[in-house]
Design a protein around this ligand. Sequence first.
Ligand code: C2E
Ligand code: MG
Ligand code: MG
Ligand code: MG
Length: 292
Amino acid sequence: RTKERGRNNFQLYTTSMNEDSMQKLSLEGFLRKALGLQEFVLFYQPQVNVSSGEIIGVEALLRWKHPVLGMVSPASFIPLAEETGLIVPIGEWVLRTACEQIKIWHEAGYPDLIVAVNLSARQFLQEDLVEMVQRVLEETGVDAEFLELEITESVTMHNVERAIVVLNELRNLGIRISLDDFGTGYSSLSYLKHFPIHTLKIDQSFVRDITTDADDAAIASSVIALALSLNLHVIAEGVETEDHLRYLAERGCYDMQGYHFSRPLPAQDVEQLFVRGKLFKTEVVPPLSDED
Ligand code: C2E
Ligand code: MG
Ligand code: MG
Ligand code: MG
């Protein structure tokens, strides 16, 4: 009986493997055509400073609107785009589109806005990454100081020496580098000393239960303290509630991103939030004193 069940399990397993690879194959086929068919669109999520209430920047987030599959989440197609190398042309499209948009907003009367663009590991390994970025900035007429590139710790793991060189080149152009999902990777803290990083981005997994889970609270608080003591900018992602906001601000993190302020939105919709201005003004939260 055990043997029989073993065989059945095996069959089930191969069947689902086949379905998986079939699905992957057709997804890959669709993905190859998506750029040419103009099925990609960028959404933008505001980054808010809670003491001024102002939107300081936006993160560009890729969306794929497939006529049949519907809205495909980046979590499901970015890994495939990485695997196939398609992320390289897609990533260049993302950067160019985000820069064109930020230029439009600068000229429309929001001259200080910064745009954050996610960079994947595969893109980071491209020989001509720095030239590509420089070219896109030139062609779109955007000053490098208004571009922030978000990388994850894993991006820098493949080749630390080269990562330092590339990051320094980007930094020398005037671009800010942000460490996304900070705390979820495996980089050693000494990296922070060697990498020219501008911003630490507290991962949303630590923010979610920040007021109820003591470990998450301790990690988030430590990241803030670390950033402040290393003179790095710190921003929290996944801020969904007033309690999240308060907890973070009390510990000295005033820049935030999350559904509490706004979901990622199409360009025209996020622009409505700039127009309304100071929408997110909250009372200034004083830092906790040591006794608290
Ligand atoms: P990420 O860069 O860490 O982006 C933050 C993700 O959290 C986004 O998911 C955003 O929609 C979501 N988010 C924002 N606020 C909240 C909140 O309050 N609660 C919750 N639960 N989620 C929130 P999204 O847009 O689905 O993107 C997922 C990931 O896909 C991104 O994570 C990033 O790693 C990747 N990605 C997105 N766009 C690009 C891109 O243009 N290029 C590359 N290489 N990766 C991208
Ligand atoms: Mg990001
Ligand atoms: Mg993140
Ligand atoms: Mg994430």
